[in-house]
Design a protein around this ligand. Structure first.
Ligand SMILES: Nc1ncnc2c1ncn2[C@@H]1O[C@H](COP(=O)(O)OP(=O)(O)OP(=O)(O)O)[C@@H](O)[C@H]1O
Length: 358
């Protein structure tokens, strides 16, 4: 079968096996006697009602999800929806009120102090919005910092740091100090530092929010490229839907501490769970996000089955040129399974619908 390229960072969740991260029934309630809320009738109150009645704020409410190995999982929501609290719970920078977090099968929530420290050093790295670089240290020493804490010898950590500096495109800046670098370059140092320890999971907490739009786009491309090269599991927090759609294999949309929807970019755009999500996605050009899964249809009588073959996870926009220039309808497969056909009309229907929506 002649294979047409899938979207670069697509992951087949079904075949990736044990999750890299499992979150079960996670809660964080802030406020007086916050630990007395769960198990009482107050637990089912909305965030507002709970706050009014008890003075406690449920920042994260009963959240469960799995992240597959190698997946880019984006957590998205407006300000106050609970994203930062959630990501901090994942590393126990904040203690959960209830629930469990398993990273690579290790229960973070039950780990003692030493175990937690060792898990943080070996299993996860974080990239923050405020880069968090050490100002007195050079680029190389910042990148090597995590390895130093871990007790790696100097030759080894310098070699690894150099490898990461080259990887993120900072060769030549090894001896610079953070304040000599632009914001985008500082964030590259942050990325290199996070990657240097070869973590199981990389966590990004709104890393590019403070950057100019153009630099921000560069950095998003950088994340896509690094993911393609290294295949790391990534959890990415953002309030920006475009960023979520661009980076995410799946997106978790939060509101008032709760999950509103979890889905692939195409699922979220094609089938928004409610008005809140519909509002979010209404401006998004569907052909940029929907895959052929959403336009494929059964063959009609006497229709040609001689057209080229494409995989169903191809984005409509990327497939359009080939479909429109083909004499026969394109045959769409998921793996080896034939799903049906896509022709010019099927493509144009999506494109025209988005023109109409403007
Ligand atoms: N330490 C705290 N004590 C009390 N309330 C808190 C605390 N930290 C966060 N909150 C509240 O929890 C809710 C969720 O906050 P959080 O910062 O997680 O949201 P967010 O989606 O990350 O928003 P932003 O993008 O603005 O950071 C907010 O209402 C916030 O005021």
């Amino acid at each position: 079968m002649s294979e047409t390229a899938a979207p670069p960072h697509a992951v087949d969740i079904a075949v990736t096996g044990k999750p890299a991260l499992r979150v079960e029934g996670l809660w964080k309630i802030f406020g007086p006697k916050a630990d007395k809320i769960l198990g009482t009738e107050n637990q089912s109150l909305s965030r507002q009602a709970l706050l009014g009645k008890t003075g406690c704020l449920a920042a994260v409410r009963d959240i469960s999800f799995d992240v597959a190995r190698g997946e880019v999982f984006v957590i998205m929501g407006l300000s106050g929806s609970g994203k930062s609290t959630l990501v901090r719970l994942l590393t126990r920078l904040i203690e959960p009120t209830a629930g469990t977090v398993l990273i690579d099968g290790e229960d973070i929530t039950k780990a003692g102090k030493e175990k937690l420290q060792s898990l943080r050093r070996t299993h996860m790295s974080m990239v923050f919005q405020q880069f968090g670089l050490l100002p007195q240290r050079t680029v190389t020493d910042n990148v090597a910092y995590g390895l130093e804490i871990r007790g790696e010898n100097k030759a080894k950590r310098l070699a690894r740091a150099q490898e990461m500096i080259d990887l993120v495109g900072l060769s030549g800046y090894e001896a610079s100090f953070p304040d000599q670098l632009s914001g985008g370059m500082q964030q590259r140092v942050g990325l290199a530092r996070a990657l240097a320890v070869d973590p199981q999971v990389l966590l990004f907490d709104e890393p590019f929010s403070a950057l100019d739009p153009l630099i921000r786009r560069d950095m998003q491309d950088e994340v896509v490229r690094l993911h393609e090269e290294m295949g790391k599991t990534m959890i990415f927090i953002t309030h920006d839907l475009q960023e979520a759609l661009k980076l995410g294999d799946r997106i978790l949309i939060m509101r008032d501490g709760e999950i509103v929807q979890i889905g692939t970019p195409a699922e979220v755009v094609a089938n928004p769970a409610d008005e809140y999500v519909r509002d979010f996605v209404s401006e998004i050009p569907k052909s940029h996000v929907l895959t052929l899964d959403y336009v494929v249809r059964p063959p009609r009588e006497n229709e040609s089955l001689d057209g080229p073959i494409m995989q169903s996870n191809r984005i409509v926009r990327d497939a359009a040129r080939q479909v429109l220039s083909s004499k026969h309808p394109v045959r769409v497969f998921r793996g080896d399974q034939f799903l049906g056909l896509v022709d010019d009309d099927d493509i144009l229907r999506v494109v025209v619908a988005e023109e109409d929506a403007k």
